[in-house]
Design a protein around this ligand. Structure first.
Ligand code: C5P
Length: 232
């Protein structure tokens, strides 16, 4: 199975369909708020019907009852992975999982639920001074991952630099999905805690999320193949 998830950060259905035509096999894609808010949830079912796997990255964060209701409705869309923010706490994460289990149609495989730890665009300075969380990023990320595990989630979103510590704390089967991936020498954009696919593999990351390095490449399918090779 592919270990690279391509972030479809587009704003129109046409851009998405044009982009997906460049691949001659099903791929794993991430649909986030940009595309969902522009096209509605129908785009998720449409991409799924084309045979692609979907990580639905809507990062739910609200009171437990609302997250449960939201997840229950998302469960009908057929995504393979969904997520919520670990910052919502253990009760909220439990509610997210419960919503998915309640909403999954009979006979269908429930989506995996993963928790977003500290965003890969957040530096230690921002975490300390703006969010008011003292200490090193890795300590908060590992604490959030342990909370996610306690809540019954299947894994977390984290940076490559934290994957090893999370596996040590939560077990090898606890999924680590890592954005902030950049090709050697590539533009970092707004990301802060970045790493190459090869380093992600070395750190034991289960899956990587790659957006602009693939979507803005002059040959996205070839860049995707190169990244998959580095991860294999
Ligand atoms: O273009 P780039 O490779 O930076 O895209 C990364 C994708 O992963 C974006 O869609 C972003 O929303 C998502 N993401 C992230 N950091 C997280 C969680 C999700 O960059 N912690």
């Amino acid at each position: 199975m592919s270990r690279t998830i391509i972030a479809l950060d587009f704003s129109t259905r046409e851009e998405v369909l044009d982009f997906l035509k460049k691949f001659d096999e099903p791929v794993y894609v991430k649909v986030g708020m940009e595309l969902t808010y522009a096209c509605g949830t129908g785009i998720i079912q449409e991409i799924k019907a084309m045979g692609h796997k979907i990580f639905l990255d809507l990062k739910l964060h609200d009171i437990p009852n609302t997250v449960r209701g939201g997840m229950k409705n998302l469960a009908r869309l057929g995504a393979d992975i969904v997520n919520c923010h670990c910052a919502g706490g253990i009760e909220m994460m439990k509610a997210a999982k419960q919503g998915i289990l309640e909403g999954t149609p009979e006979g269908a495989e429930p989506a995996k639920v993963i928790g977003v730890t500290i965003l890969t665009s957040t530096s230690r300075e921002a975490m300390n001074n703006e969010l008011g969380i003292p200490g090193e990023v890795i300590d908060t990320v590992v604490r959030y991952a342990k909370n996610a595990k306690e809540a019954g989630l299947d894994g977390v979103v984290c940076s490559v630099h934290e994957a090893e510590a999370i596996h040590a704390a939560c077990g090898k089967d606890f999924l680590t999905v890592t954005p902030g991936i950049r090709l050697a020498g590539g533009d970092v954009h707004d990301q802060k805690r970045v790493a190459t696919p090869a380093y992600a593999k070395e750190q034991g990351c289960d899956m990587i999320v790659v957006g602009r390095s693939i979507t803005k490449s002059s040959d996205p399918a070839e860049t995707y193949r190169q990244i998959e090779k580095e991860m294999a």
